[in-house]
Ligand binder design. Structure first.
Ligand code: AHR
Length: 501
């Protein structure tokens, strides 16, 4: 049997995970909002129209942040359409997704919903068709303590206390040809800089995210990032990056290796940030906001344009997608020192973690589980582990480690969690050499696996792909614990740490 080894010491850490690394994304897109989180006619809807069956599943994810209201949607959105009495709100066309926006769910509904989720909001302002004044107005409506037109309007809408929303994105993917009112980096950089100044003058407590390149494939990458940072560096706190990993025609071995490109992307964006820091002789280190990341697969349901709540990219993810998704999460964890925000995209119905049927059931996609596990057991000090793994080559990648693994030390719980994806079609023995942790005691081994890599969850079989506790997989060898990872599996290995030597 093939063997891999993870060697880690308590003293060698990458960094503590930011609270904001366990986020997701709710966009007015397809059936994410309408017929997703909000469906007033559904039997499980509460008095606000929120689906309580969906809320129960969302709460299992222990989300720390949720980004809203887009996405591409934001670049044509007027937030004012979504506030005040519902009977006065206009019905609009949304040309980003070619849908009808009834505006029955807006900013205050989102804030009420996120209160039930227990996460913090990340709000995106429209820097496509709107600009500085509109960004200032929404901030004033949400956060201003004193008496002003916009804060009084918020109070008139029944929200006495300011929301104090901390994180704001300065637009979305404005480098993209698909974006409403896309810009050159010079145009965007200047607009973002001036918007940032005004927003921080109004509320110095906020933090701002500048738009980085939409994908690593953009012809303007990474020059867009450099130019934008040169114009905004001292006024923003994060640079965004997005990545949707897609199998398309690739074979399984190649698909499972694709998160290695995400690793490259993160390194390249960090290098670009640090180049600008050096050029500016700045003492400030730019943090990254990975505010859209996911796997992508062609949808199972055809989209009908110019509807409200028509499913867009509604897809039943497969077992193999969950493995790639898990690797992507581990890639983000391994950059806990520089990635301060991460949002899986999107939460419900669009390439989602949670699927729903209109008027019917809600259930978990297989990708739900790696997220829930890392959110629950992955908050702490990410260890700078050395991993020795057998490797494989594909037509695209060379030296792909068969095991993708990362360890997190959860001091307060007295636990170390080892997450691992076995990319191979054979069981693999992972030896854990956790140094300076005292004698570690295995607590549990959870694995997500299935005999078929194309297995999915459906409303009739919602638990077809779901994790289970493994038994008899731990062994002790030369004072080290070893754990047997099933073929093609996502694993959570929890160990109680002993007294330090
Ligand atoms: O699938 C979500 C969309 O993907 C977002 O609106 C956009 O930012 C990205 O291109």
């Amino acid at each position: 049997m093939e063997t891999a080894k993870l060697i880690a010491s308590k003293d060698y850490t990458i960094g503590r995970t930011s609270e904001r690394l366990f986020g997701s994304f709710v966009e007015h897109m397809g059936s994410v909002v309408y017929n997703g989180i909000y469906e007033p006619d559904h039997p499980a809807a509460d008095e606000n129209g929120f689906r309580t069956d969906v809320l129960c599943l969302v709460n299992e994810l222990a989300l720390s942040v949720v980004r809203y209201p887009g996405g591409n949607f934001t670049s044509g959105y007027d937030w004012k359409d979504g506030i005040g009495p519902k009977e006065w709100r206009p019905v609009r066309t949304d040309v980003a997704w070619r849908q009808i926006e009834p505006n029955t769910f807006g900013l205050n509904e989102f804030m009420k919903w996120i209160g039930k989720v227990g996460a913090d909001p990340i709000m995106t302002v429209n820097l496509g068709t709107k600009g500085i004044e509109d960004a200032k107005n929404i901030l004033e409506y949400c956060n201003f303590e004193g008496d002003s037109y916009w804060s009084e309007l918020r109070k008139a809408h029944g929200v006495e206390q300011p929301y104090r929303i901390r994180t704001w994105c300065l637009g979305n993917e404005l480098d993209g040809e698909w974006q409403i009112a896309r810009k050159t980096p010079e145009q965007y950089g200047l607009l973002a800089c001036e918007t940032a100044k005004v927003m921080k003058w109004l509320d110095p407590g906020i933090e701002l995210v500048a738009v980085g390149s939409s994908t690593r494939q953009m012809a303007t990458y990474p020059e867009w990032d450099r130019k934008v940072l040169e114009l905004t560096y001292e006024h923003v706190d994060y640079l965004s990056l997005h990545n949707y990993i897609s199998k398309r025609e690739a074979d399984t071995a190649t698909y499972l290796a694709m998160p290695m490109d995400m690793e490259k992307q993160i390194r390249e964006v960090i290098a670009t940030c640090d180049y600008v820091q050096a050029k500016k002789r700045s003492g400030k280190t730019m943090m990254l906001s990975f505010d859209e990341w996911n796997v992508w697969r062609a949808p199972d349901v055809e989209y009908t344009p110019w509807q409200t709540g028509s499913p867009y990219d509604w897809v039943r993810f497969r077992m193999e997608d969950a493995l790639v998704f898990g690797s992507a999460m581990l890639t983000i964890l391994r950059h806990a020192d520089r990635i301060g925000i991460a949002c899986q995209s999107l939460l419900v119905n669009t390439i989602p973690m949670i699927l729903t049927e209109k008027g019917g059931a809600a259930w978990r996609n297989p990708t739900f589980y790696p997220f829930a596990h890392v959110s629950r057991y992955g908050r702490g000090q990410v260890l700078r582990a050395i991993v020795e793994s057998p490797k494989y080559d594909t037509s695209v990648y060379t030296d792909v480690p068969v095991v993708d693994t990362t360890a997190v030390y959860r001091e307060e719980q007295g636990e170390a969690t080892v997450f691992a994806v076995n990319r191979g079609d054979e069981p693999l023995l992972l030896e854990l050499s956790l140094r300076d942790f005292g004698t570690c005691r295995p607590l549990e081994h959870i694995a997500l696996k299935h005999e078929r890599l194309d297995a999915v969850n459906t409303s009739a079989q919602p638990l077809n792909v779901s994790p289970a506790r493994e038994t008899g997989t731990f062994t002790s060898k030369d004072d080290h614990t070893a754990v047997l990872l099933p073929p093609y599996s996502w694993n959570v290995v929890r160990l109680a740490t002993g007294e330090s030597r």
